[in-house]
Design a protein around this ligand. Sequence first.
Ligand code: HEM
Ligand code: HEM
Length: 316
Amino acid sequence: MTTESAPLHPRAFRVTVVWTLGLLFLGSVVHATESSLACPDWPTCFGTMVPEMTGGVFWEHLHRLVAGGLVLMFGLATWLARQEAPDRPWIFKACLAGLGLLVIQSIFGGLTVIYRLPDLVSTTHLTLAFAFLTLASVLAAATSRGGGPVEGLHESMGMRLRALAGFAWLLVFLQSVVGGLVRHTDAGMACPDVPLCLGQVVPPLVNLPITAHFAHRVVALVATGAVLWLAVAAHRRGVPGRIRRWVVAAVALVLVQVALGVASVLTVLAVVPVSLHTLVAAALLAVLAATATLATRPEATSGAPATSNASDAVLA
Ligand code: HEM
Ligand code: HEM
């Protein structure tokens, strides 16, 4: 009797997603606690890899260490995928792209320090973090439960869900980039009141901070609408429970996210709400990416057997 051990790469991808969420949260705390330049040099901190972990150095250096751990973790996931899934080469290619992203991301992290936090570099650092998280989420969802079809999911239902989840993902991604700009151009309090902005429904768009902040609120409404639209479509079409759970999570996350945005303004950008605001945005993106990916795995409808290669379409 042969005993085949369960593949480890799907679990390694899931750990990568959770690790990345933790790292994103830490990065946001680094900024919110004004610890971004606590280590004045890079890649060392005060010339050493083991500085005294006090004050801002604690957050900044911890962020760097956890980033190093992520590179190792994802490197291991890549190696496992290469060994365990030679029949699905796209997974390995996607992993290589992810490793490339992590290297670029780490360089951008260093550039934020060396060039003392230019707005565009900091915003790019956030954008790349969300891009990597999306890739890791796609890999985790595509390889879950052997990568086979989702029971009860039909072709047309899958296509519709994928389009709606992909659209919602795109809007949340754009909204997050605008959010990063709001944060790094110090526009967080450009509208100090909520739900109005400077006492008006549409404020005078006289400068970049007010325009960026107001745009962030408008896109928040559109992105929330897109997630709700996805939920209504999923409910009407009676999607299988495995996908429904992710859609319900997306609805809960988007509502919490709006509440955290409001709390960020009302608390004048207190550390806890603004850091959670980054974390929940990231979790929402991950959930929408997973939903869109699972939706690319319908059951075979034409009598042909469903193959695990259905998910290959994700990155095709
Ligand atoms: C050794 C490599 C890295 C260094 C030196 C570094 C450094 C930094 C610094 C200094 C900040 C604060 C930026 C600011 O205040 O504008 C920051 C924030 C952040 N980092 Fe990193 N980082 C590194 C790797 C990573 C990686 C690999 C990720 C994720 C995949 C990541 C995700 C983030 C996020 C999401 C933020 C918050 C950005 C924001 O609030 O807009 N970092 N990082
Ligand atoms: C779908 C809804 C939303 C998403 C996905 C979202 C996402 C984000 C992201 C990713 C950031 C950048 C965080 C960082 O750089 O670490 C941000 C910043 C911010 N968001 Fe949102 N946001 C949403 C809704 C809102 C709402 C409704 C408000 C206020 C009414 C709001 C207020 C803010 C503020 C004030 C900042 C800047 C925080 C700072 O300066 O530290 N957001 N948002």
